[in-house]
Design a protein around this ligand. Structure first.
Ligand code: CA
Length: 220
C-alpha cells in the first residue's frame, strides 16, 4: 500500500485530501508545518509528498529544497493557491514533479498522484547515462564515478540536452534555443560559459568542442 504525506496547514484541506486518498486505498499522514513535513519526508517512509507552499516554520519551497539536497527522490506534487507562472517554474525547477493550483478537483489530484507513483516505478526514465557519468533527473544532480555534483537550473537543462543526445554534435544555436529559449541573443557566449561550468563538474574531456560546429557529449 502506497503511503502519502500531506503537508498542509489548513485542516479543512488536509482532511479533505486525506479522506479522499484513504477512500482510494492509500495510507496517509499529515504535517501542518514545513519543519514537521521535512522530518517526516526524510524518514523515507513515504512514497509521495503533497506539498502546500504557504506553510508555517518552513515554506514549501524550503521543504522541497532541503529534501532534494538530502538526496531524496520521492515524488512531490505542489498543491497551492499560488498560481503565478514564476512560482510554478520555481517549484518545478526546484525539483517538484508536478504543480497543482487551488481550488482543485480531488479527482484530478488523484489522477496526478497515480501518474507520479507509476513514474516512480520506471527508474530507467529518471537516470540518463553517458559512460561513467550519470544525470539524475529527479534530484537534478550529476554523478561522476562516486562524486555527486549539484547543478543550477540552467546547468541541469544544458546537461539534460547533452544526455538526451550522447555522441551527437549540438550547435550553439540548438543549445541556446533548447535551454535559454529563442529570445536569447544568438551572439551571446552564454552557451560556452555554461559548457565551461559543466566541464568543471564532469571533466573537460567529456564535453568535446567540435570546431566550427558546436559541442558533443562523449558517449563512452
Ligand atoms: Ca497554506
Amino acid at each position: 500500500m502506497k503511503r502519502i504525506l500531506i503537508a498542509e496547514d489548513e485542516p479543512r484541506i488536509s482532511s479533505f485530501v486525506e479522506k479522499g486518498l484513504k477512500a482510494n486505498g492509500f495510507t496517509t499522514a499529515t504535517a501542518a508545518d514545513g519543519g514537521t513535513a521535512l522530518l517526516m519526508a526524510a524518514t523515507g517512509e513515504f512514497d509521495l509528498l503533497i506539498l502546500d507552499l504557504g506553510l508555517p516554520i518552513k515554506d514549501g519551497f524550503e521543504v522541497l529544497h532541503d529534501l532534494r539536497r538530502k538526496g531524496s527522490d520521492m515524488p512531490v506534487i505542489i498543491l497551492t493557491a499560488r498560481d503565478g507562472v514564476p512560482e510554478k517554474i520555481r517549484g518545478l525547477e526546484g525539483g517538484a514533479d508536478d504543480y497543482m493550483t487551488k481550488p482543485f478537483s480531488f479527482d484530478e489530484l488523484l489522477a496526478r498522484v497515480r501518474v507520479r507513483l507509476r513514474a516512480d516505478r520506471a527508474p530507467e526514465k529518471t537516470m540518463l547515462t553517458a559512460g561513467d557519468v550519470r544525470l539524475d533527473l529527479r534530484t537534478r544532480t550529476i554523478k561522476v564515478g562516486e562524486k555527486v555534483f549539484e547543478l543550477s537550473a540552467r546547468e541541469f537543462a544544458l546537461a539534460e540536452t547533452f544526455f538526451r543526445h550522447p555522441g551527437q554534435v549540438l550547435s550553439r544555436e540548438q543549445l541556446l534555443s533548447q535551454v535559454w529559449g529563442y529570445d536569447y541573443d544568438p551572439g551571446s557566449n552564454i552557451v560556452d560559459v555554461y559548457v565551461g561550468y559543466l566541464r568543471k563538474k564532469v571533466g573537460s574531456d567529456r564535453i568535446k568542442t567540435v570546431r566550427g560546429m558546436g559541442y558533443k557529449l562523449t558517449g563512452d
